[in-house]
Design a protein around this ligand. Sequence first.
Ligand code: PPS
Ligand code: MG
Ligand code: MG
Ligand code: MG
Length: 354
Amino acid sequence: MAYEKELETALLAVQRATLLTKSVFTSHSKGTLTKSDASPVTIGDFGAQALIIASIKHVFPEDEVVGEEDADDLRADETLRDLVWDLVTAAKLEDSVAEDKIGGPIKSKDALLEALDSGKSAGGRKGRIWALDPIDGTKGFLRGGQYAVCLALMVDGVPTVGVLGCPNLPVDDKAPLDSSIGADADSGEGKGVLFSAVKGEGASSRPLSKAGLQEAQKISMKDVTDISEATFCESVEAGHSSHGDQASIASKLGITKASVRMDSQAKYASIARGAGDLYLRLPVSKSYEEKIWDHAAGVVIVQEAGGEVTDAHGKPLDFGIGRTLKENKGVVAAPKSVFPKVIEVVKEVLGAKQ
Ligand SMILES: Nc1ncnc2c1ncn2[C@@H]1O[C@H](COP(=O)(O)OS(=O)(=O)O)[C@@H](OP(=O)(O)O)[C@H]1O
Ligand SMILES: [Mg+2]
Ligand SMILES: [Mg+2]
Ligand SMILES: [Mg+2]
């Protein structure tokens, strides 16, 4: 199998970081700060990014990382730094062989800051670059809804290995989907999934574990024959994608079922396993550039599960031009069989607005 070591490293790194995020969720303080763009970041985001980069650098020291967060806030605030240090030292896989494979614990507070700051790659079209979102859907995480720990290896600008840790999705690939999904996150019963894919090798899911990797099973998108029966997923935040345009598209496709709103790349994972069918992310603002770490892992997982993903104009997503998808606007993902119909209607709705 191609990229076997990369996949195993990514799976173990994401699994360990997901444990860390869960420990933050159940603790009394999430150490939430507000970033310059007014979005939230927590000690869970910082801790998960540091742990994952430390894992990658242990196995593949030459690889670059494009990560969402950096160490500026921790360098400026010792209390915050100590909180994150306590978190990363506590987050260990209960299987010493697995833990050793990703380098064991971070060695010092300086090493923590260095790992966190090693996600500053500018991205690009050459070589091996990892795209990392330590917590995607931070708002969902704070709400007790869906969130995902997201990691993808891009080779020459193409997402090639993707892993999503989704602690609040049901383990059962066939579990029905609705907007209340994850609302009872506190119970944790039957929840927690690791999704993965390697280009050309298919997509899988397996239960998250506190130790080594559980057995995986293949996943695939649902074979949609009647588009009006499709279930579509969209963001919870109306500021992240246009609920209005998405409703018009659904209506033109004859879809009568309510959309499933969930935070994060759990949307890509849910359509890849056939629990939902379409993911629509129509732009709200002309100036917003989608970040590569919000899509790279989800895209390869959906492609390998039998789906097609483009922007809202039907253009392939270009992950090779830097930290953002600046040549693209919005995202549309659907099973290959119905993709042409979906993109036709998306273009119609966007065209009518011009
Ligand atoms: N204006 C705008 N437009 C589009 N996207 C934006 C925008 N602002 C933020 N973001 C990014 O959205 C990421 C959260 O993912 P979702 O939009 O799927 O989640 S949500 O349902 O809306 O919460 C979120 O990722 P995290 O910061 O990792 O949570 C942001 O990178
Ligand atoms: Mg963020
Ligand atoms: Mg994100
Ligand atoms: Mg994030």
